[in-house]
Design a protein around this ligand. Structure first.
Ligand SMILES: CC(C)(COP(=O)(O)OP(=O)(O)OC[C@H]1O[C@@H](n2cnc3c(N)ncnc32)[C@H](O)[C@@H]1OP(=O)(O)O)[C@@H](O)C(=O)NCCC(=O)NCCS
Length: 179
């Protein structure tokens, strides 16, 4: 019997030296897509500040890399407390972006699964995806695949590229980590 093949991609922590590629990936999606409601891509300095805040809070920020080349960054994902107010302490929002050259190769799934496992270990109970554009089939399908359910749609709350955009809310409950 042959051993099961190890996955070719892994999710690993995002380090500061990864942020140049992270910034480029995000800039691509800001400039060409509707998943993010930002219009101007944040600078490397701004992305560094966002990453510092997230990792400084002890929240997950990961990248996907081929197992054979851990310096290569194929996407990034992170989680933040949904809102700052204290009663939201166990509710987080996830964000996930794959490099345009590696779409549909499993990076999004691996990163999101890793982030969810980390959140569960940290006692997070509810996870939200706030997805730009109800036509964002890739993101909606990715979150459904990872166990999220459709909660609702905020209609026409954004506008980008001259068209009104919905926001789709999806949610997943996390079972407590086994001790
Ligand atoms: C959403 C996104 C992160 C998915 O990343 P990815 O690495 O391509 O995802 P995966 O390869 O792991 O695909 C996982 C599942 O998502 C779904 N999916 C991915 N791309 C899809 C597409 N173009 N159309 C329909 N479903 C798609 C499929 O169900 C897929 O599973 P399968 O390949 O077993 O059928 C990527 O498309 C992306 O960066 N989109 C733009 C940014 C964005 O909208 N991010 C989300 C903000 S909330």
């Amino acid at each position: 019997m042959t051993a099961p093949e190890a996955p070719t991609l892994i999710a690993r922590p995002c380090f500061q030296q990864d942020l140049e590629v992270v910034q480029l990936i995000y800039a691509h999606h800001v400039l060409t897509g509707t998943g993010s409601f930002e219009i101007e891509p944040p600078s490397l300095e701004e992305m560094t500040a966002r990453w510092s805040r997230i990792v400084g809070a002890g929240w997950p920020f990961v990248v996907a890399s081929p197992r054979s080349d851990l310096s290569r960054v194929m996407g990034f994902a992170y989680a933040t407390q949904f809102r700052d107010r204290a009663a939201y302490a166990h509710c987080f929002e996830v964000s996930v972006y794959a490099a345009p050259t590696t779409l549909r190769s499993g990076a999004g799934s691996i990163m999101l699964a890793h982030v969810l496992a980390g959140l569960r270990d940290d006692g997070v109970r509810e996870v939200l995806a706030v997805i730009g554009d109800s036509a964002n089939a890739a993101s909606i399908a990715l979150h459904r695949k990872l166990g999220f359910s459709h909660v609702g749609v905020m209609s026409r709350v954004g506008e980008k590229f001259g068209r009104p955009l919905d926001v789709v809310i999806m949610q997943r409950s996390l079972a407590p980590a086994k001790t």
